[in-house]
Design a protein around this ligand. Structure first.
Ligand code: URA
Length: 246
């Protein structure tokens, strides 16, 4: 094995605290590598969103999300949060955006709101890895968990759209106003939209409260349960079963 290290590796090892003896070439010519050149700059330039998203398969799509630098949120993220679950799922649950725990773990709904969501799924005899897929409108955490900005939602929308096309769920549960705005293009309050089966590109869609809202408004949990039951009913409609072919 060659012990010769190129300048970049030497700089990286130096960063990790490993002291290196100069290589023979170093004895002749000392080249200093500014550490900025081996780390991605925190504010590296934004780039247009990936092209061809509408044709990507799952792995390419996940990679495009992981590499996305289409909006400012990429500068503060620790991980992108693509989605989790069964890629043959009947149920697609759509939330808003990663929070702190999700940003750390790269998985949606792993904080307090996620615990409640898991319990809601359990009450339906489901879990997040079987027959269920969970994704968010935004794949990167907004700083301080602020609300998503319209241009962030617009940049991220093609990823969610493609996830729905690939998944072909039998039912979509839109949780909270940002999921509703992104999928139904509606600014109506949740209270007005719930109780009806809507459609997103032909897929039945039920609107309900976001679990984080339910944690603060316990009285509305009963309404959320009614929404889940409506979603299950819509999924079980014979027309919907035949349309999905599963
Ligand atoms: N809230 C969301 O909308 N999504 C998550 O992944 C976590 C919290």
């Amino acid at each position: 094995m060659s012990l010769a290290l190129d300048e970049r590796r030497r700089a990286m090892l130096g960063e990790m605290g490993l002291r290196l003896f100069p290589s023979p070439s170093h004895r002749r010519q000392v080249v200093s590598v500014p550490i900025e050149s081996v780390r991605p700059a925190a504010d590296a330039a934004l780039q247009p969103a990936a092209t061809g998203i509408e044709l990507m398969e799952w792995d390419a799509l996940a990679q495009a999300v992981a590499q996305c630098r289409a909006c400012e949120l990429c500068n503060g993220r620790r991980n992108t949060v693509f989605g989790v679950g069964d890629r043959q799922a009947d149920w697609l649950i759509v939330g808003e955006a990663p929070g702190e725990s999700e940003d750390l773990q790269g998985e949606p709904f792993v904080g307090q709101a996620g615990l409640l969501l898991d319990n809601m799924l359990k009450a339906l005899g489901l879990n997040r890895r079987q027959k269920v897929y969970i994704a968010n409108v935004l794949k990167c955490r907004p700083p301080g968990n602020r609300n998503p900005e319209p241009q962030e939602v617009a940049q991220c929308a093609p990823f969610l759209r493609r996830q729905v096309q690939l998944l072909q769920p039998r039912i979509i549960l839109a949780m909270g106003r940002f999921a509703v705005q992104a999928l139904l293009q509606s600014n109506e309050p949740i209270g007005k939209l719930r109780g009806t089966v809507h459609r997103y590109n032909g897929v039945p869609l039920v609107v309900t409260y976001h679990p984080a809202y339910l944690l603060r408004n316990l009285a509305d949990k009963a309404k959320a349960w009614a929404d889940l039951c409506l979603a299950r009913e819509a999924l079980e409609q014979p027309a919907n079963q035949a349309a999905s072919g599963r």
